[in-house]
Design a binder for this molecule. Structure first.
Ligand SMILES: *[C@@H]1O[C@H](CO)[C@@H](O)[C@H](O)[C@H]1NC(C)=O
Ligand SMILES: *[C@@H]1O[C@H](CO)[C@@H](O)[C@H](O)[C@H]1NC(C)=O
Ligand SMILES: *[C@@H]1O[C@H](CO)[C@@H](O)[C@H](O)[C@H]1NC(C)=O
Ligand SMILES: *[C@@H]1O[C@H](CO)[C@@H](O)[C@H](O)[C@H]1NC(C)=O
Ligand SMILES: *[C@@H]1O[C@H](CO)[C@@H](O)[C@H](O)[C@H]1NC(C)=O
Length: 439
């Protein structure tokens, strides 16, 4: 996924004059409180709604920052700076490095909080080292603060996949990772420059693990140093799973196999004492694909089967949508074959004919909406490609869940996957928020 790395050194960007400032208006009836956002929550501790997404910087050539629908967000996270063996440096690929200044100035001129994410699936290799000792934590605090001032950022997103747990095969992992991460965040928060930064973390569907490798039962201290976490409630089922299943299930307690969902993630994090109003729900503007024979895919009445078997040989894996095809020969940063992820973006499903321009299933494509996961599946019985994805209906269901649970808001991976804001507009409508601009 990443081209050659460029080490970060200062860039100076020209900040264009602000012309228009946009905010997100709470639903009518909610108590108007804050400048940007107000509350959409039923809970007693009103907080601003966070409407955020990640921006994949390496796609900036095809999707420049000017293509972001800025007025519909109030926070945007540029992905990724990656960890390096040297705690005093992080890295950006060359496309990202060129796009980051433009991203920050566009965010600021739109009144949107500009964050930079450090890590990601392939960028977390040396996180553990950076956190391992008091000296390294202090050095990494300096690295982060330099990055903030170099790029004029409002905050940092820590996308460490994952503290204390194996992610990518060559990640450094230490049983003390989660505790070291907390010490690091406390130190960063304790600096005068770090005090007012927006600090966020992208997290898995179960809480950070303790030194015993098990999810901790109390992660409340993280909530005192982080503004919020984004629950990555996607990639729950995919090419690594035993059968087809939902990429981003809203619910799994009604499923034949409970493998995690937005419901389970919110339950697990809040049970571990992380406040609901500091949680944003991660939403997927993409799906995972599987090669499924018609006999497995179609039930006797012609509807689509849920959890069918699929052909898991690597050569059978669909490459993904034509806007983001996988490369079967790619190696990950550990030097291992990356494998084809088979990702179809929502926009790609439209471009490749699975969906119509308005995001509904196209003629000749089988479609089903799984009532438990509250996500759709499409199937082409000629190509045998089945895709589990999110559409306007599943985004709306997640939006209602965010409100019902009193969560802080949402974080979409990623901002480029939508088509004409079909997903985003549905989410806004379900949550009762609207973008308002002035100036
Ligand atoms: C501290 O950081 C340095 C690199 O800057 C690294 O070589 C060293 O291994 C780190 N210490 C630990 C204990 O990981
Ligand atoms: C999840 O499923 C359980 C069991 O069917 C149900 O009680 C609960 O209301 C569902 N939650 C949501 C948000 O759909
Ligand atoms: C078709 O059959 C499946 C199970 O075989 C069932 O779950 C589904 O409700 C049926 N659909 C209709 C429209 O009858
Ligand atoms: C979406 O497009 C299809 C075909 O173009 C059309 O039949 C359908 O009515 C449209 N649906 C909505 C909700 O606009
Ligand atoms: C289904 O797949 C076949 C074979 O790849 C392709 O020719 C056809 O256009 C696809 N159908 C639709 C509706 O996209």
């Amino acid at each position: 996924m990443f081209s050659p790395l460029l080490l970060l050194f200062p860039f100076l960007s020209t900040v264009s004059a602000a012309s228009q400032v946009c905010g997100l208006k709470p639903p009518s009836g909610a108590s108007a409180s804050a400048s940007l956002g107000g509350t959409v929550h039923q809970n007693t501790d009103p907080s601003d709604v966070i409407a955020s997404a990640w921006y994949p910087g390496w796609l900036a050539t095809d999707f420049p920052p000017s293509s972001i629908p800025w007025s519909k967000y109030n926070a945007m996270t540029f992905s990724f700076a990656t960890t390096t063996p040297d705690v005093s440096m992080v890295a950006l690929d060359s496309v990202s490095a060129a796009a980051l200044p433009e991203f920050v100035s566009a965010a600021k001129s739109n009144g949107v909080t500009a964050l930079l994410s450090i890590g990601g699936w392939t960028g977390s290799i040396y996180y553990s080292n950076a956190m391992a000792t008091a000296d390294n934590r202090t050095a990494f605090v300096t690295t982060v603060l330099n990055l903030v001032s170099q790029y004029n950022l409002d905050g940092i997103d820590f996308d460490w996949e994952y503290p204390g747990k194996t992610g990518l095969s060559c990640n450094v992992v230490n049983p003390d990772d989660s505790n070291n991460f907390l010490l690091f965040l406390q130190e960063l928060r304790g600096t005068s420059a770090g005090k007012n930064l927006v600090l966020t973390a992208a997290v898995g569907i179960t809480p950070f693990v303790g030194s015993d490798g098990q999810p901790m039962d109390d992660v409340s201290e993280f909530a005192t140093v982080l503004d919020r976490v984004a629950l990555m409630a996607y990639d729950v089922w995919g090419s690594w799973s035993p059968t087809v299943g939902p990429n981003a299930p809203l619910n799994d307690s009604c499923a034949p196999v409970a493998d995690g969902s937005a419901v389970s993630a919110v339950n697990a994090w809040t049970a571990a004492k992380f406040p609901a109003n500091q949680i944003t729900l991660g939403l997927a503007s993409y799906g995972h694909s599987f090669r499924v024979s018609p006999s497995a895919a179609l039930t006797s009445n012609g509807s689509l089967a849920l959890y069918p078997d699929y052909d898991n040989s690597p050569s059978a894996q669909p490459l993904g949508s034509s806007d983001s095809p996988g490369d079967a020969s790619a190696l990950d940063p550990c030097g291992d074959p990356e494998g084809v992820s088979g990702i179809f973006t929502f926009a790609g499903l439209i471009q490749d004919g699975f969906l119509t321009a308005n995001g509904t299933a196209a003629a000749g494509i089988e479609y089903t909406f799984d009532e438990c996961s509250q996500t759709p599946f499409v199937y082409n019985q000629t190509s045998n490609v089945m895709v589990s994805y999110d559409d306007a209906t599943s985004f709306a269901a997640k939006g209602r869940f965010i409100n019902d649970q009193g969560l802080l808001g949402f974080a979409v991976w990623d901002v480029t996957g939508d088509q004409n804001d079909i997903l985003l507009d549905s989410l806004h409508q379900a949550m009762g928020i609207e973008a308002v601009c002035s100036g």
